[in-house]
Design a protein. Structure first.
Length: 307
């Protein structure tokens, strides 16, 4: 999503090195590959091996000899600095799209959506040891309430946690429908008239906890800040001077972290923030893809301080 805006703001050029921190189905990556050409390099990072294979194959089959050199890394995007250094590369463009691919969302087995019933899984890395169901069925009421409050900003966090603990005492909560219905039984009346499913905040919070999404984002942002400071002192880094870094966030906790990090870079004189306000999808894009409606893109230019 935000394909046109991403390409315009991040401005990849012929021969550039690009890092797509969340390769997904390869939509952004293909556009980047077309811009940098065979003289460039494209690092694809994703925890989902199926996504990596799909993205890499899509680019290679579409561009053929016009494709840049592609490197795939099954890893958390927080590892981007280490992976780039191991490849001997410095990135000109970095994009972290914090959303999920349609393939992930539409597969009931992955447990990312409440639209269809499936296992309460939610793991971005299908081989990760802890799925959502284990958290729901083993954490204490206090621990569950903390997740819903801190990651979902859910006002009814304590009541939801209490309900889940009572419900699992009868039988384990194992599916997305069971979890969502339990949450709805607590918050349905309070949110009468809202278009948002009453279970959305708790569902989102649980997914964030399973994948440590905010921890990974904070690690990446800290790495960008360290790199900018290192470049300013004359050192080398996994980011090239003038590197463009973009993040597409989908909820307030993510966007707030990105905004604050970019503000720190600007205040320290280490970067220029290209997006004074987050860039959001057009009405036309939202009509085509309703999932894009909450997307917010922010971009910073490292070591290129200007007005």
């Amino acid at each position: 999503m935000l394909l046109r805006e991403v390409v315009e703001l991040l401005a990849p050029a012929q021969g550039d090195t690009i890092v797509d921190c969340t390769a997904g189905a390869g939509g952004h990556a293909l556009n980047f590959a077309q811009c940098v050409g065979p003289g460039g390099a494209l690092a694809l990072i994703d925890l989902d091996p199926a996504s990596l294979a799909t993205a890499s194959a899509h680019i290679s089959e579409t561009l053929g000899e016009r494709s840049p050199a592609i490197r795939t890394h099954r890893a958390n995007f927080a590892a981007a600095p280490r992976l780039l250094a191991a490849d001997g590369l410095a990135a000109n463009v970095v994009l972290a799209d914090l959303g999920f691919s349609s393939a992930q969302m539409d597969d009931p087995v992955r447990g990312f959506s409440m639209r269809s019933n499936g296992p309460l899984d939610m793991r971005l890395d299908p081989d990760a040891p802890v799925a959502a169901a284990e958290l729901v069925n083993t954490l204490s009421e206090q621990e569950l309430a903390t997740i819903f409050r801190e990651y979902g900003e859910e006002p009814a966090a304590r009541a939801i946690a209490r309900k889940l603990v009572a419900r699992r005492a009868q039988a384990p909560i194992e599916t997305t429908t069971e979890f969502a219905d339990c949450v709805r039984s607590v918050v349905r009346r309070r949110r009468t008239g809202s278009r948002i499913d009453p279970a959305t905040r708790a569902f989102q919070a649980l997914r964030i906890a399973v994948n440590d999404e905010l921890g990974s984002l904070q690690a990446l942002l800290r790495a960008v800040e360290r790199s900018a400071a290192h470049l300013a002192s004359g050192g080398s880094s996994w980011l090239a001077p003038g590197a463009q870094v973009g993040v597409i966030a989908f909820h307030s906790l993510e966007d707030r972290a990105v905004k604050r990090s970019f503000q720190r870079l600007r205040s320290a004189g280490l970067a220029q923030v290209r997006t004074k306000k987050p860039v959001t999808p057009t009405a036309e894009e939202v009509a085509r893809n309703p999932r894009s409606r909450s997307a917010k893109l922010r971009v910073v230019v490292i070591g290129n301080v200007g007005s």
